[in-house]
Design a protein around this ligand. Structure first.
Ligand code: SF4
Ligand code: SF4
Ligand code: ZN
Length: 331
């Protein structure tokens, strides 16, 4: 597809010369180049100063085509994500309606739907290459931690925010045991749908190691030995080396702040809705889908339903047999 020919408005004064995106013109600087804030458009524009006009013309046409192709792919991807979200949301609504209609005791309840992903299931002994890569990562972050002045010196802006957010989240869950139990139940059902991106690093960073050196008095050697010892006999295939079907093989205080803080947006929304709900008559309905947290948008039409569960009065998630009572809503 020739994207450069799709520009109906390229010559218009309030559009980017490269990608045709709308731009705001400063009325005091009307003679400024018509280039949007996109880094690629800006770079292409600046390159004219380092080339002859003839060469730049060819280069411009080629690069413009690539930029537009990339933009097109991105727009289509976003549309696909929106379509999936809408399809899955509509199906969740049908499941909630069916629950009210066909299952005794739910007719007069408000239903709050939480859609969960699924952790990967296959496990295998981690290959020597994986173990080597992980140990190299450990050695690297431990050396950086050793070389740092202190824990505080490693707290850059991003880490400070994360560290503070973790402290607040821990406090929030400690103050409200029902919330903590909700998280435990949902993550227990999901089995690490967010750990599939942990690779051979487990999000461990120099700051994690420095914290352990200062707070637990651990040496570089003992840290390396500890983490090596925690590598499980069988790891979940295609996920973090520390992920097992029973959970993370590394105890919480030895995990990174990223791992200890991260909650997927579905669980975050659940927490907010429980905490701020004024209704005492709300039932939590969990619709678990088959993909992990990270590949959920790779589904073609929708991510299939794997399990449906409701939270009972004790806060436990009780799976419901689904099929007959779901009518057109189930798989
Ligand atoms: S935070 Fe979300 S994705 Fe991660 S284990 Fe819990 S439910 Fe699964
Ligand atoms: S270290 Fe543990 S919590 Fe973190 S990604 Fe790996 S398995 Fe998940
Ligand atoms: Zn542009």
């Amino acid at each position: 597809m020739d994207f450069s020919n799709q520009h109906k408005h390229r010559s218009q004064p309030n559009r980017c010369t490269v990608c045709d995106a709308p731009i705001v013109i400063n009325p005091l600087h009307r003679d400024q180049p018509r280039i949007c804030g996109n880094v690629q458009c800006q770079t292409l524009f600046k390159q004219q100063h380092s080339m002859s006009p003839a060469l730049y013309k060819q280069h411009f046409a080629r690069q413009q085509q690539l930029i537009l192709q990339k933009r097109h792919v991105e727009v289509e991807k976003q549309k696909h994500i929106e379509r999936l979200k809408q399809t899955e949301h509509a199906e969740n609504e049908r499941i909630a309606a069916a629950l009210k209609a066909y299952v005794a005791g739910f007719a007069h309840q408000e239903i709050r739907v939480t859609q969960l992903p699924s952790g990967l299931a296959e496990t295998a002994p981690p290959e020597p290459d994986r173990i080597d890569a992980y140990c190299e990562h450990l050695q690297d972050v431990i050396s950086q931690a050793e070389a740092a002045e202190s824990f505080e010196s490693l707290l850059d802006g991003q880490h400070s925010v994360l560290h503070e957010s973790l402290i607040n989240q821990d406090q929030r869950l400690e103050d409200n045991p029902a919330l903590a139990q909700g998280v435990q139940q949902m993550c227990g059902l999901c089995k690490g749908g967010c750990c599939s991106a942990g690779g051979n690093h487990g999000y461990l960073q120099p700051i994690t190691m420095r914290r352990l050196m200062e707070h637990q008095g651990m040496s570089a050697e003992s840290l390396l030995a500890y983490y090596r010892e925690k590598i499980p006999q069988r790891s979940v295939v295609g996920a973090c080396i520390n992920q097992t079907r029973e959970g993370c093989s590394v105890p919480r205080e030895f995990r990174s702040d990223v791992c200890n803080f991260y909650l997927c947006e579905e669980v975050e929304q659940y927490l907010d809705s429980v905490e701020y709900s004024e209704s005492g008559n709300t039932c939590n309905l969990v619709v678990q889908r088959e993909h992990t947290h990270w590949n959920r948008f790779e589904a073609v039409e929708k991510n299939p339903v794997k399990l449906i569960a409701v939270q009972n009065e004790e806060g436990e998630l009780v799976p419901l047999a689904h099929g007959e009572w779901l009518g057109s809503g189930g798989d």
